[in-house]
Write a protein that binds this ligand. Structure first.
Ligand code: MG
Length: 762
């Protein structure tokens, strides 16, 4: 019966509505359309962000609009009497701002509601951190590139003494370790192609300078980690040069060399690449190295018989004599640096050239001295490219395939393996993983590391840790690193009671990183930045704590005392600030998140200054000189990222309380002050977490250690949000941007756009 009654009411209402809408009113005067609001204006303060207005109307439809985007309504149309919720975002300016809400209904006069909002006052919250006791417990490491950091001798190249002069700066950032870019001699500017593991790059200083850096850093409570690049050496390393030059060299076995890689892999003669190319996994490339019996220039005469299959002959001569005309359009290409010399035309499609030649890579014949287009380059068939004196060698062109370099008599080619798709690095040969500690290369790199341990370094950063062994899905790399770590840790224990620190670069998501904890105590967590970057750019912080905790669970299943090296970006990635759309607010928040979450954070130099840079035109653009602002700088690099002009230097950021540098300094000190933040347990917040999509912009978690409990809340969106927390708050100890709180049994915490707050709990 009740249900029947309801239906009648609905039908009756529909009938009334139909009369009103259809204009079929026969009672006489049309009904006037009414439209009004209460109140007739709205005023917001720094502490109020949402209010309601009541709309009174008999209109079947009215429309509500607001002039400015900082003020929004929960509905845009309505009918009859209805309330409208009006919300404003935080006012970033320092003056009151105004806008207008407008109501419109057909047949009624428009209604306007003036809205104003006073400017944000101070943070609206008292912040009282405890005094720091001077213990660096936060485990913050600073990654710096020696060449770009600080120059002490005015040669434009950063150096060891330059770093010593900036240790106070690093102290202020609360760091307790420095990861130095490769310090060994190398052919490249970046140093990842080492040519001597036992020496230091002379442009960085002497061994005495390096020792002085280690000692000075230790006095500041700062450890020194060397970048150890032992997956490969540079192609200019004497080990490699000797290995290639001499089949009987003891270094022959240090590298992965083969005359016929395919056959050697198939026969199981190269255990590090037992499944080269299988599943397309990490196979790297083979490059050709050339040995030469004679290192002296030789006087020779080339004869080129031109046909569809040209033939090249070479003979020794006593004197350089050329006849004919040098207008042949045929060139010999050779030497280092390369020269392109024209042949002399003889009769019957024959061309000759006498010259004194030294060419470490051989030669080519070209039909153009400017173009490499198809059909202009002639070389030899791969595998049969070495000439014999007086015996014609048939040439092939680059019309269909890429011909091999033509080797002069006495030269031999051998293939070497390099992972990095570049011929200037050569992979070291450690043999089978199960037995790698007995390989000559393993012993040699360990012996070199012992030298630096003796000098006082505290740890190693291990480059390309996932590229040593190339066998798909094998556990060989973790086994290798376990042996490397154990060997050097045993050596370290001769003079230390603690363990040596080693962090590996496994440039992958967390699930691929996890197995490496079998081998190493610490690994970079690239996933940290992958997730954080997405979260910041999508205003979605609610998943962060859940994701980080899931990684920890996985790592913990492999190694109980794992050290996750959390980070934003490094020298191989686009700068964080650029990936965050050059938003300084997002970059500050990224720093605050890094320094309040679990793990052992790494700060890449310049990140604390809001450095920008993308690698599109070269890695140098993410490796820019430090802006010390004191007249000193590194100048060797001529590639400067244009956006760097807008980055403020250290002194001006130091003077600006709101600078990103001071955000890093504040949160680093906070992490050093509170054990709970430094290495306490992290747990998701009970209310604001991955399940709470209504507050998806909020990231919240607890940190806890030995009775000390902290609540961390971050707002990942640009608009302010108020959250209600039931935790028993003692006081706020840090704030980023604009936060206010109304303390009580339930505390209302209002976080402005990209704001953070850290509470000490009772
Ligand atoms: Mg210098």
């Amino acid at each position: 019966m009740k249900r029947f009654f309801s239906c009648v009411v609905v039908l009756l209402s529909a009938a009334v509505l139909a009369v009103g809408c259809g204009g079929d009113d026969t009672s006489g005067d049309p009904v006037a359309v009414t439209l009004s609001t209460s109140p007739q204006s709205l005023e917001f303060t720094a502490e109020s962000y949402s209010q309601t207005i009541a709309v009174s109307s008999n209109a079947a439809k009215w429309i509500v609009t607001v002039d400015d985007a900082w003020c929004q309504t929960n509905i845009t149309t309505g009918s009859g009497d209805r309330s409208v919720s009006v919300t404003v975002s935080a006012n970033p300016g320092d003056t009151t701002r105004s806008t207008t809400l407008r109501l419109h209904a057909e047949g009624a006069a428009d209604v306007t509601v003036p809205i104003s909002q006073t400017a944000e006052t101070a943070t609206g919250i008292e912040v009282e951190p405890d005094e720091w006791d001077g213990v660096k417990r936060a485990d913050i490491t600073y990654q710096l590139l020696i060449y770009s950091f600080a120059d002490s001798d005015g040669d434009g190249m950063g150096d060891f003494r330059g770093i010593i002069s900036k240790l106070d700066y690093l102290d202020e950032l609360g760091v307790s370790a420095i990861w130095l870019s490769p310090a060994h001699p190398a052919s490249s500017y970046h140093g990842y192609d080492v040519t001597d593991y036992y020496a230091l790059n002379p442009r960085y200083g002497t061994e005495e300078d390096f020792k002085a850096l280690i000692d000075a850093a230790h006095e500041h409570g700062i450890k020194i980690y060397m970048d150890y690049v032992i997956n490969h050496t540079g192609k200019d390393h004497p080990w490699f040069l000797q290995a290639v030059a001499d089949e009987t060299s003891p270094y022959r076995d240090y590298f992965i060399l083969s005359h016929d890689p395919k056959a050697d892999i198939a026969a199981g003669r190269i255990p590090m690449i037992a499944t080269e190319g299988a599943a397309g996994y990490d196979s790297g490339q083979w490059f050709s190295a050339v040995t030469q019996s004679s290192t002296e220039p030789q006087k020779v005469k080339f004869t080129l018989e031109w046909s569809s299959s040209p033939k090249l002959t070479v003979e020794r001569v006593d004197a350089i004599e050329n006849s004919g005309t040098a207008d042949s359009g045929k060139y010999l290409y050779f030497g280092d640096p390369a020269e392109c010399v024209e042949f002399y035309t003889q009769s019957d499609n024959t061309y000759t050239l006498s010259l004194e030649i030294y060419s470490p890579w051989g030669c080519l014949v070209r039909t153009s001295n400017t173009s490499w287009n198809n059909g202009t380059k002639y070389g030899a068939k791969s595998g049969s490219n070495t000439m014999e004196w007086g015996v014609p060698l048939t040439l092939i062109s680059n019309s269909n395939t890429d011909p091999a370099d033509i080797l002069l008599p006495g030269m031999e080619s051998i293939m070497y393996h390099s992972h990095f798709w570049t011929g200037y690095m050569a992979d070291l040969n450690y043999g089978a993983a199960a037995d790698c500690e007995n390989s000559a290369a393993f012993k040699a790199v360990c012996r070199s590391a012992e030298k630096w341990i003796d000098m006082g370094i505290d740890g190693l950063r291990l480059d390309a840790a996932k590229h040593v062994y190339h066998n798909a899905s094998s556990d060989e790399n973790p086994i290798f690193w376990n042996k490397f770590y154990t060997t050097l840790n045993d050596y370290f224990h001769r003079t230390h009671t603690d363990d040596i620190y080693m962090v590996g670069e496994v440039y992958s998501d967390y699930n691929e990183v996890a197995p490496y904890y079998y081998g190493l105590p610490s690994l970079f967590e690239f996933a940290y930045w992958y997730r954080l970057e997405w979260a910041l750019n999508n205003s979605t912080g609610c998943n962060i704590a859940r994701d980080l905790l899931s990684y920890r669970e996985l790592y913990g299943s492999v190694r109980e005392d794992f050290i996750e090296a959390t980070k934003l970006t490094n020298h191989d990635e686009n700068r964080a600030m650029s990936l965050l759309g050059n938003s300084i607010n997002k970059a500050k928040l990224a720093g605050a998140v890094l320094l309040t979450s679990c793990g052992s954070p790494y700060i890449y130099y310049g990140e604390e200054l809001g450095y920008v840079g993308r690698k599109d035109n070269g890695d140098e653009y993410v490796r820019q000189p430090m802006k010390w602002g004191d007249g000193s700088t590194t100048t060797f690099m001529d590639k400067i990222y244009t956006g760097m002009n807008n980055v403020k230097d250290v002194p001006s950021q130091s003077d600006d309380e709101t600078s990103i540098l001071n955000v890093y300094r504040t949160f680093a000190q906070l992490r050093n002050t509170y054990p709970a933040l430094a290495d306490g347990e992290m747990t998701q917040h009970a209310v604001y977490n991955a399940d709470n999509m209504q507050y998806k912009q909020i990231a919240a978690w607890y940190r806890q250690k030995e009775g000390q409990r902290m609540l961390v809340i971050h707002n990942f969106s640009s608009t302010s949000t108020t959250v209600a927390v039931d935790d028993e708050i003692d006081r706020a100890v840090a704030v980023l941007n604009s936060v206010s709180a109304n303390y009580g049994q339930t505390t209302a915490v209002r976080l402005g756009g990209y704001s953070s707050v850290v509470f000490l709990l009772k």
